[in-house]
Design a protein around this ligand. Structure first.
Ligand SMILES: NC(=O)c1ccc[n+]([C@@H]2O[C@H](COP(=O)([O-])OP(=O)(O)OC[C@H]3O[C@@H](n4cnc5c(N)ncnc54)[C@H](OP(=O)(O)O)[C@@H]3O)[C@@H](O)[C@H]2O)c1
Length: 269
């Protein structure tokens, strides 16, 4: 893998798996690249944390192949996925992504703990859900209470019995009456100390975060495939326009990895 924009960089070895011990040079260089730049150096927005999205899509914009994202990924994408997890306080996902992609708690041997501040807790998974249905990702409910415990972000009107049952295994946050208000949710997360949020989708969540002007940064892997069919795009929901500026671009074989900063003006360019 190597950087091609804004300057050409040296080859970075693709490291397949996170492990303890000395941090591979390529991993620390990649982490600096994703920490650097306007997005990370800017002040944290008042009242909320910084919010970065990471998605993978085919060249024609499909976010799934056969219903899931795995077929679009590759070793370098997985490495960036892991580095971005290492740099986050919390991982935010929509319930459909959690169910479809069988989300589970982040494990210490899955990330480079060396990239995290000393004694930092593992980033919890926070799931946005109205139904409170966690079928397919039940292992999210196995984390003990504490800063790494799974967070369920739901509504006041969500089924009360289910909410009570989940409260025994997860931290439940209400943010909205009939639908989760993402602004309220992200502020509640900041109040709990989660100031560097990584969202891994899906498109419905990224659409709402963009519409609410909460999205600061978007990392997109373009996979060298065509998908056609009915697969969604990386952002869904009502039409919106957001300008993006390219912070850096990397390539690995035929894969392209772009990091965009979201411009502040909702009108875009
Ligand atoms: N290519 C990639 O990088 C990538 C990344 C992520 C996901 N994906 C794919 O994208 C698909 C899922 O994405 P998606 O856009 O359909 O769904 P999503 O954003 O993952 O989740 C949507 C669900 O989140 C909950 N939700 C969202 N907004 C809410 C609100 N305001 N209030 C209450 N609940 C809310 C609802 O859960 P309930 O139904 O529980 O109420 C809703 O059904 C999957 O196929 C996944 O594989 C691809």
């Amino acid at each position: 893998m190597r950087q091609i924009f804004p300057v050409a960089g040296p080859d970075l070895e693709v490291v397949a798996r996170a492990a303890a011990g000395p941090l591979p040079d390529a991993v620390s260089q990649l982490a600096s690249l994703y920490r650097n730049g306007a997005a990370s150096d800017a002040a944290v927005p008042p009242g909320r944390g910084r919010l970065r999205a990471n998605m993978v899509a085919s060249v024609d914009g499909a976010v799934t192949l056969d219903g899931r994202s795995g077929g679009l990924s590759g070793p370098a994408d997985k490495m960036i996925f892991t580095v971005l997890r290492c740099l986050a306080d919390l991982i935010l996902v929509g319930a459909r992504t959690a169910r479809t992609e069988h989300y589970r708690p982040v494990q210490p041997d899955e990330i480079w703990l060396q990239l995290r501040p000393e004694n930092a807790p593992l980033p919890p998974i926070a799931v946005v859900t109205g139904s409170l249905d966690l079928t397919g990702c039940d292992s999210l409910l196995t984390m003990p209470p504490g800063p790494s415990q799974t967070i369920i972000i739901t509504t006041a009107s969500a089924p009360a019995d289910r909410k009570a049952a989940l409260s025994a295994h997860a931290r439940v946050i209400e943010a909205g009456e009939h639908a989760v208000d993402l602004t309220t949710a992200v502020r509640a997360l900041a109040d709990l100390g989660y100031r560097s949020i990584l969202t891994e989708g899906g498109p419905a969540i990224i659409g709402q975060l963009s519409a609410a002007l909460l999205l600061d940064e978007l990392c997109v892997t373009t996979s060298p495939l065509l998908g056609a069919g009915a697969a969604g795009r990386i952002v869904s929901g009502p039409p919106l326009t957001r300008g993006l500026s390219l912070a850096h671009a990397l390539v690995d074989g035929d894969f392209l990895f772009c990091r965009y900063l979201v411009e502040e003006s909702p009108a875009g360019r």
